[in-house]
Design a protein around this ligand. Structure first.
Ligand code: ADP
Ligand code: MN
Ligand code: MN
Ligand code: MN
Length: 428
């Protein structure tokens, strides 16, 4: 047993100074290590018993939990980027010599674009620019997750880098002055790994109709709560501005909200939260689906409602500004629908709390509209609007930047504006 619990070879390596950078281990470090090891005996006793029973002395769990901070200043940075489909997240790890607090302290890095569907030319090298950092809930300590965007070796943003244009829009003085806030409701579906059928559903069959599942509790109503909850805590630990979660209308479907967050930060946080969700579902042996309509028929699809406000909307008289924004959005409906996620036409049918993809509509307190204004906003005469059109697989850089562009930078002709105002019964 003593041998099983001995500190890992990493400590021994450091003490015997096989590494030229090794520093002698202080007694404080040793006692903290021994304490940690002792604590772990109780926690992982079951795991160890199982491992020994199966004839293998498995110390992987101990190593995964190993706190490296007393032994090295180095940290592990997980560089995360968006792959060639525009929705897949990729990542790889590297050692950084000391803890960092800002992405500007991190080096650029590169990856092989030909392996992610992102190298159109001869040159397959794609360069990663660190843009946002989060604490790593998987490795703990000072280790970090790094959200990156991607460039060619000449410094041009590659086609799937939607962050670049978003950052330009959010840097525009007109947009910046309005301090745009976004609250994003990310819906997702959990699937059984081998059959790709929703969690909790009988394989090859269907559960009872929708009704009891939304915000439900109980073994016959809630499927995947552990994943939703583990994700919630991991996001808070990471420093993601997660504001809540709930079980959705379709069984096996969940939602969490991020925000309100300002400008590009909202999308950085959504991508980091999606990455964390991929990792947790990977550990749980469940498949994450962001498909906007994972199951055809009388089942709700999965969206990514985007709540949006500007400074003027949040101040007195804001409802008038919201109406003007809705008017602009109605005139840009097609542009938005093309950018709001693949397969969204399967979801936006006019049924299941959606509006039809072909027609723009708005309403107060109505969930079958393209844009909803909450009762609270109406009552206060200020607040925010909810764009209910984005699909669960939308790129939040695209959606947030387009909302800012269409409402703060784009202007319709007077004629178009008058016509739209009449059609939508909007006096502005
Ligand atoms: P729903 O009632 O549509 O399910 P949720 O409670 O799930 O709404 O999500 C609402 C989101 O709107 C939250 O993320 C919240 O932080 C965000 N939000 C609240 N106020 C504002 C605001 N003024 N501007 C933008 N987003 C906001
Ligand atoms: Mn919601
Ligand atoms: Mn929802
Ligand atoms: Mn909503």
């Amino acid at each position: 047993m003593a041998q099983i619990l001995a500190p890992s070879t990493q400590c021994q390596t450091r003490i015997t100074k096989t590494s030229p950078f090794a520093t002698p281990i202080s007694s404080k470090m040793w006692s903290s290590l021994v304490m940690k090891q002792n604590k772990k005996v109780a926690r992982s006793a079951t795991f160890r018993a199982m491992a020994i029973n199966s004839g293998t002395i498995n110390r992987v769990e101990d190593l995964l939990n190993l706190d490296i901070t007393p032994f090295t200043d180095s940290i592990i940075a997980e560089y995360i980027w968006i792959g060639g489909t525009g929705i897949d997240v990729r990542s790889k790890s590297r050692t950084i010599s000391k803890p960092v607090e800002h992405p500007s302290e991190l080096p650029k890095w590169n990856y092989d674009g030909s392996s992610t569907g992102q190298a159109p030319g001869e040159d397959t090298e794609v360069i990663l620019y660190p843009q946002a950092i989060f604490k790593d809930p998987f490795r703990g300590g000072n280790n970090i997750l790094v959200i990156c965007d991607a460039y060619t070796t000449q410094g041009e943003p590659i086609p799937t880098n939607k962050r670049y244009k978003a950052a330009q829009i959010f840097r525009n003085p007109k947009v910046e002055a309005e301090i745009p806030w976004f609250g994003i409701e990310q819906e997702y579906t959990l699937l059984q790994t081998n059959v790709k059928w929703p969690l909790g559903w009988p394989v090859g069959g269907y559960p009872g109709p929708q009704g009891p599942y939304y915000c439900g509790a109980g073994a016959d109503k809630s499927f995947g709560r552990d994943i939703s909850d583990a994700h919630y805590k991991a996001c808070l630990y990471a420093g993601i501005n997660i504001s809540g979660t709930n079980a959705e209308v379709m069984p096996g479907q969940w939602e969490y909200q991020v925000g309100p967050s300002v400008g590009t930060e909202a999308a950085d946080h959504i991508w980091a939260s999606r990455y964390i969700l991929e990792r947790i579902t990977e550990q749980a042996g469940v498949v994450l689906s962001l498909d906007p309509k994972p199951i055809e028929g009388d089942w709700n699809g999965a969206g990514c409602h985007t709540n949006y406000s500007t400074k003027s909307m949040r101040e007195d008289g804001g409802f008038e500004v919201i109406k003007k924004a809705i008017l602009n959005l109605s005139l840009r409906h097609k542009v938005h629908m093309e950018a709001y996620g693949e397969g969204n036409e399967r979801r936006l049918t006019g049924k299941h709390e959606t509006a039809s993809i072909d027609t723009f509509s708005w309403g107060i307190g109505k969930r079958g509209c393209s844009i909803r204004v909450g009762r609270e906003t109406e009552k206060n005469g200020k607040g925010y609007l909810e764009d209910r059109r984005p699909a669960s697989n939308m790129d939040p850089y695209v959606v947030t930047a387009l909302l800012a562009e269409s409402t703060l930078l784009w202007e319709p002709t007077l004629e178009a504006e008058a016509l739209a105002a009449q059609k939508l019964a909007l006096k502005v």
